[in-house]
Design a protein around this ligand. Sequence first.
Ligand code: ADP
Ligand code: MG
Length: 324
Amino acid sequence: MPEAEALPDNAISVRGLKKTYAGSKKAPPKTALHGIDLDIPRGSMFGLLGPNGAGKSTLINILAGVVNKSEGVVQIWGRDIDHRPRDARAALGVVPQEITADVFFTPREALEVQAGFYGVPADERRSDELLAALGLSDKANAYVRALSGGMKRRLMVAKALVHNPPILILDEPTAGVDVELRRQLWEYVRRINAEGVTIVLTTHYLEEAQELCDTIAIVNHGEVIACEPTGQLLRRLDTRNVVVTPEHDLTAPPVLEGFEVKPRANGAFSVTYRSGQSSVEQVLAAVRAAGVTIRDITTEDPDLEDVFLAMTYGDKTRADPTKD
Ligand code: ADP
Ligand code: MG
């Protein structure tokens, strides 16, 4: 980093961040963020995990400066976005969720234009290096509109990095992207993280966050409901489902003390439990004790919704999102 500022402990720090989108004739106002506190440590590979509509993009877009916050304090690289908006944003490269393509430019031109936009002097530009790093060298002079979706996504990553920012934010980078690209993208992201770039990515795939991120914050309905090192979080997210098909039709699924029960198709029901607290045996015992004769059972891994249910069900003590 060329500047002489002391390096901040947190790449990004957010306090009491609220966002309410104004309503219209058709839609009422919508509060997307309900007062979020979040610290993203410098150098981390940080995952913002949450279902669609949780508020992830709203948070990213506030950081990027394309959405105005309603309340709260945001510091990027130690710089307050209200007091030093340009300096704050200069520390960020953001790859938005929607693929955007400059139809009139080739990839190399697109990078040069972006570098110009950030005031990067010609002799410090690294368009060819970025194109090579993202596997786009042979497309350097192609029309952007001729690129595949995956190539456009990689070009967006290259564009986000032209000014060599210490923080790279990727909003749902693998949505609609093929397996090979995903692998290449993660390889590259891991490499620059190892070189010291702080990475923030949003995803609604638990697996993706789990595989890549050293720290995960779970966002749901505009709140941070957990924020901890990945291993620690996964030990808390030890939820499992047992799907039970009863021998006889039930008028309603049984109510089981201490377990979340949801109806499934064809008279079956699922029971969500935490493997650290209960066993399949205990679940089945509870089902039998409720007077249900079991014809068949299957077990399945939980999806994110189950994880949220398990985290909030019978456990009102939420993780402290500020960690301090
Ligand atoms: P995520 O990225 O986690 O899927 P978003 O931040 O896109 O979530 O959306 C959070 C909530 O805010 C959703 O209910 C969404 O419908 C709403 N929202 C997002 N953008 C707008 C907007 N421009 N105007 C009104 N509501 C919006
Ligand atoms: Mg989003």
